[in-house]
Design a protein around this ligand. Structure first.
Ligand code: ADP
Length: 433
């Protein structure tokens, strides 16, 4: 029968024990010696139990404590209770870790956990297969010593994990992986590597297909256009034939514009030209665009003004930047109702150099703004068709700017006008002319 521990009872028991020895001592006429003998027996008894406790804790294989009585029973029971509790906790934790590992082994992606010092704590089976990690040999080794692709090393050290990166597989050069890093807990990082070989192959095929189709369509269209131009404008021509010829000419022109834009877009997408290699004289580019805009403006009557810093040149790809700037300027000319005001700016800004086209046209509803740079997205299809727009202009601008590490900013208010602008980083500013 187990009694809960009571200080009062055990103090009383000790007092009774000592009183009994004191009484014997009183009877034998030496109380002090009798009490000393009693205390020594108690000391030896307690040392004996200490010895047994030590043996049980360090040398015994038995989990259950030896059967003893008194205060020592409480001590044994207390330690036994703590041991049982720890064992259960360990079991629960073990089960949790096992479930987590089983879960992550079931992931279709390679997963690696690294600590604050970039050392690998754990990785799943796919990480061993696809990333070539060895387990347990690589535990504790730095991940950037094992995954050596320069793009990954730069991505890892920059610490900006907002977007994933695409890198060829370290074990199979025919495979492409998307690496995504997610920080969690106390400076731990979870690296997920997904096989996107098929997706990137399809993307390549799509790009090639668009480029090839556009290229193949170009020749027959040029031929048709050439023949259409050969037809003389005859006053006595049947009005139906005259209308048909005019419509055919304008539609083939539209198709040619579309194909030209598709080809430009494909070229930019496939472009591997480095932006730091050539200096682009944007003021000269803009003066040519100004002439073209004025020609386009003939029957619109806009007031177009260019505010260009004549010394501001940048590193970049000239054809691409020309295409981006001209698209923005021509859009303003095309979509601003006649007699509007259009201002074009090329000047220093806080973070670098900014290009802006501001018009006082009809403006664009906020719901369209996010989608304007999508391919073939047009606010008013009928009107765009009339202007000869392909719906690819802003898509081209977006790609050009992303190639130059910038992005298009569109501000517009219905009835007040629009502002299309972008900022090129100050690192791209070339030496003054
Ligand atoms: P498109 O080739 O049809 O001009 P874009 O991609 O250049 O295509 O433009 C997409 C749409 O954005 C256009 O159809 C037009 O509705 C709208 N847009 C572009 N620029 C302006 C502007 N300055 N003012 C008003 N609407 C504009």
């Amino acid at each position: 029968m187990y009694y809960p521990f009571s200080w009062l009872r055990s103090t009383l028991r000790l007092a009774l024990y000592l009183v009994a020895f004191a009484l014997i001592g009183w009877y034998l006429d030496d109380m002090l010696v009798a009490v000393a003998i009693g205390a020594t027996i108690l000391l030896v008894f307690n040392y004996w139990h200490l010895y047994k406790l030590n043996r049980w804790l360090w040398h015994s294989r038995k989990m259950s404590p030896p059967t003893v009585k008194g205060m020592w029973e409480h001590i044994y029971e207390g330690i036994y209770y703590l041991q049982r509790r720890n064992r259960n906790k360990r079991k629960e934790l073990g089960a949790l870790v096992k479930r987590f590992r089983e879960g992550s082994e079931a992931l279709p992606d390679a997963a690696v956990v690294v600590d604050a010092k970039a050392c690998i704590i754990w990785c799943n089976r796919l990480a061993r297969l696809d990333l070539g990690l060895k387990w347990p040999q690589d535990a504790g080794r730095r991940i950037d010593n094992l995954l050596r692709h320069p793009d990954f090393i730069q991505y890892f050290h920059t610490g900006n994990f907002k977007y994933p990166i695409e890198v060829p597989s370290p074990t199979n050069p025919n495979k492409t992986f998307e690496y995504r890093i997610m920080p969690y807990g106390e400076e731990h990082l979870l690296l997920i590597a997904r096989d996107i070989t098929r997706v990137s192959q399809l993307e390549e095929m799509r790009k090639d297909f668009v480029a090839n189709v556009s290229h193949e369509l170009r020749t027959p269209l040029t031929v048709i256009n050439g023949y259409l131009e050969l037809f003389p404008e005859d006053q006595e021509q049947d009005p139906f034939v005259a209308k048909a010829l005019q419509e055919m000419t304008s539609q083939t022109q539209r198709m040619q514009n579309l194909i030209e834009d598709l080809l430009v877009l494909s070229r930019i997408e496939a472009s591997s030209e480095r932006i730091y290699e050539n200096v682009v004289n944007i003021p000269a580019v803009l003066s040519q665009i100004e002439r073209e805009a004025n020609a386009l403006n003939k029957d619109k009557g806009h007031k177009i003004s260019f505010h260009v810093d004549p010394d501001l040149t940048v590193f970049g790809v000239e054809t691409e930047l020309r295409s981006a700037c001209s698209n923005l300027v021509f859009n303003a000319v095309n979509y601003t109702p006649p007699g509007g005001e259009i201002s074009v700016y090329w000047e220093h800004s806080d973070n670098g150099v900014s290009f802006a086209v501001v018009d006082n046209g009809d403006g664009i509803e906020a719901s369209h703004l996010n989608r304007l740079t999508e391919r073939f997205y047009r606010v008013d299809k009928a009107r765009s068709r009339k202007t000869g727009g392909s719906g690819l202009g802003l898509s081209i601008v977006k790609h050009v700017l992303s190639h130059h590490n910038s992005r298009l900013d569109i501000q517009s208010k219905v009835g007040e006008g629009s502002r299309f602008s972008f900022v090129l980083d100050r690192e791209l500013i070339a030496e003054q002319l």
